[in-house]
Design a protein around this ligand. Structure first.
Ligand code: 5GP
Length: 115
């Protein structure tokens, strides 16, 4: 049984978050500590801990992360100038919340990726 995180509580609307979008597969809300003018998280509704735990059964939800990222980027008015999508995995990847999510960052030039 996968352990639940704070993101499951946000998905079920048990704790507050600025939710921008929700459907049967994913939920999107603003990051509580934004690193860019637009910093939005898109999470699978079911708690997949990390990218390492992905199976073929998850493909619909994972595809939806991208569809929703593109939709929200347009809504935020950052699509044309561009943005960055990030999925962190485990400690070396900088993952803090072990419930698979995509970061959508934009609204300013983000510079090169750090190594
Ligand atoms: P990670 O490092 O796991 O890829 O990213 C986790 C992100 O979740 C961080 O950017 C952090 O600011 C955000 N975060 C952690 N707890 C909460 C919360 O309770 N609400 C919201 N909206 N964001 C959170």
């Amino acid at each position: 049984m996968t352990e639940e995180t704070i993101f499951s509580k946000i998905v079920r609307r048990e704790i507050p978050a600025e939710i921008l979008y929700q459907d049967d597969l994913v939920t999107s809300f603003r990051d509580i500590r934004p690193k860019a003018p637009s910093h939005i998280l898109i999470v699978t509704n079911i708690p997949i801990p990390t990218v390492n735990d992905i199976t073929a059964d998850h493909e619909a939800g994972l595809g939806r992360l991208f569809t929703v990222a593109a939709k929200i980027a347009r809504q935020e008015g950052i699509a044309e100038k561009g943005y960055r999508l990030i999925v962190n995995c485990n400690h070396h990847g900088g993952q803090e919340v072990f419930h698979l999510h995509m970061h959508l960052l934009g609204g300013k030039p983000l510079g090169p990726l750090v190594t």
